[in-house]
Design a protein around this ligand. Structure first.
Ligand code: CTP
Length: 132
């Protein structure tokens, strides 16, 4: 069993998000846990220049309602990851492979795993396709 953590925006929740969270939870094994840290609207806008269609409260509620998710936290800074990992007794830090190598500096605290993204879908594409 392992405690797993992952971070993301999860705007316009789609199948790539679901698959990532299910695979992240599976890494924890039986009796493991999955904590998902959902980025705030301010963090997205000011730090990632990303405008969210769905407000943070609703993105967090959708993620928290999933069977594979045990706990939801808010992401509001780049620096909080070390504290989140320690405070939540995390064994495995997971991100999609669009972040490959970017979080290797956390390897002194826990295992760092990059999972392959589901091809052909992203929040950006959905926004573009629907003219948002
Ligand atoms: N993700 C994935 N497969 C996809 C899209 C996202 O596995 N097709 C993963 C990302 O790698 C990340 C998590 O889902 O670990 C949350 O990603 P997020 O940035 O919210 O989703 P995107 O759809 O990539 O958003 P955007 O297009 O705004 O970058």
């Amino acid at each position: 069993m392992a405690n797993v953590i992952t971070y993301g925006t999860f705007d316009l929740f789609h199948i790539g998000h679901l698959k990532l969270l299910q695979r992240a939870r599976a890494l924890g094994g039986e009796n493991g846990t999955l904590t998902v840290v959902v980025s705030s609207d301010r963090f997205n806008l000011e730090e990632k220049q990303k405008h969210c269609v769905i407000p943070h409260r609703e993105r967090a509620e959708i993620v928290g309602a999933l069977k594979c998710v045990d706990k939801v936290l808010v992401e509001d800074s780049w620096e909080q990851k070390r504290k989140d990992i320690i405070d939540n007794n995390i064994d495995i830090f997971v991100m999609g492979d669009d972040w490959q190598g970017k979080f290797d500096f956390l390897k002194d605290l826990c295992e760092v795993v990059y999972l392959p993204r589901t091809p052909g879908v992203s929040s950006r594409d959905l926004k573009n396709k629907s003219g948002i």
